[in-house]
Design a protein. Structure first.
Lengths: 182, 182, 182, 182
């Protein structure tokens, strides 16, 4: 089992993608670019008859995510939160809860997760609500929230100048490598 | 000028809607149910040639929002953040920034905003990242973030049992009424 | 059993005290003004021989706190956190953990808690870190963190103009009264 | 001008101290161990006649802090916030505001700051309120909040196993060295 990298940017090769690529380079990973798929907003059938869920790519994507044991969410910080693509994908987890809650949570609770968020407005401070949102998400799903990196970038490539973010990513890599060697 | 109420729920008549209706009852308000419109994810042209933005309902909706002087975001707390519908709508503000930044910010910075978030997992605590996300959003746009209410509800109607949330909503109403009388 | 109100202000009759008085008016309460007692900073003997703890008023105060079943922390927001008096008192809980962890946690985990914080710099937003700090404190001790009020005030008496804070306090009172009647 | 390192632990040679020593090793630094000084709680004379402030070590310490251009707060995470020693010291800044607000803020607004917090209960997540508290503190004083490190440690020496924290500290050092070379 390896790593599911869930890219939330609406563009390719941006800073959050670059940071994630550095993180997982050399590790077995399934790269999932949400912008390449059709994932519609959740329908809320919690308290009504269960109607049809959107017939889109959600099931295919969540299946790929659940097959890995490490999750890396790589999202640009859009308006101080995860991108709409990322959020809409996570909202759909409510569908999986409705379809098979026990199995869904059993799988997620066996995984570890990391979050990479890249923005250009003081991300080490203003990215904190994004981190705390994921903190509660993973607390609910029982997923171990191992770490996060808040990097600075605006123009593609900027992230390569954020030495603190690069060092943080390398420290995560180092931890993975050590566990592989055990 | 009145109030733009931006409903982020994917269902009608849920708790966040009920709370918002109590808040604006008797005031002039434009009720905007995001679930009734087609608003696609943002395209990121910040650092590429400006391509086409989605041909959907965004322009019509943001126009209605900008016509009012009070903004009320009424969103269910989905996965500890604003709903995907709400987030996707706000992500599109980047399009308005690209199209006419000065005018867009001039309008938003003249407005006041309130946020109503309703969830069922300790919303007074776990809704805090949502509040902080809006805090930074409004800080960026220069909008006065006057207040928020984090209410508890799951099944439609639950919110009517959250006396603290109802009292908070009534206190906001009272403030509006007093200013009207001045 | 009643309410322990722990006042953290260094002055008497300030806004946080006034808000707390409104909250507990008519209920059985033990009013504990930390400024009237000598509570020294914690000594950290976690990983050394246990030396002497300060011979001050801590034991007398914590005894009074533990005798009640509701805790109300009423603190001015000093520098965006609880007052030093409040923090120093809570730091000393580590002494109680060292002296009798099981009994201390058993008692605290049977209680409910509310926090009142009053400041004058956008307390509804900038008081959030204070709330989250208490969130983790009570999570550790197993205490039910029932609610909080972030009020605005600077000059004594200002709090009487913060209708949202007053309404929030009244809603807590209402909840207490309803439970008494059951 | 160099670095003022403000140690908030009640014990010497603990993890937060070790992390700070690694950070400033080789740089000109004034090491200020708050536990070695007498700093009493603030008296609040904001709205009363100005009485006597405590006759203790505060003035001597704040003078040393203001002489440097970089501030490093190294505090254990006690009860999910800065230590009482740290908080009580910062509370006293209100005295400096009362004594000479313009000069005090002019000096602090010309400085840069870093915060090191070390705890043993998920510090990367539960240390966030501490970070946000300092965020607002430095926002008020106009100090540039350049970065923070949340490290894990309980027994002295634990911090040397937290590779992410060590890497973060080294990245800050690297930034300092680069600026020195310019």
């Amino acid at each position: 089992m390896g790593i599911a990298v869930i890219y939330g940017s609406s563009r390719r090769s941006g800073n959050s993608e670059q940071l994630a690529k550095r993180l997982v380079d050399g590790f077995e990973a399934d790269h999932i670019y949400l912008s390449e798929y059709d994932i519609q907003p959740i329908q809320d059938y919690r308290h009504s008859d269960k109607g049809a869920y959107p017939n889109d790519d959600y099931h295919a994507i969540i299946k790929r995510v659940l097959e890995q044991d490490k999750l890396v969410f790589a999202t640009p910080i859009y308006w101080y939160g995860p991108s709409g693509l990322t959020k809409t994908f996570i909202d759909r987890w409510s569908q999986s809860l409705r379809e098979n809650k026990a199995e869904f949570l059993a799988k997620l609770s066996a995984k570890s997760a990391w979050v990479l968020g890249v923005g250009d407005d003081a991300p080490h401070l203003k990215g904190i609500p994004l981190v705390q949102q994921f903190q509660y998400i993973f607390q609910y799903t029982g997923t171990a929230f191992e770490g996060y990196v808040l990097g600075r970038g605006n123009r593609p490539g900027d992230i390569s100048q954020d030495h603190a973010a690069l060092a943080a990513v390398d420290a995560i890599r180092k931890g993975w490598e050590e566990r592989l060697e055990e």
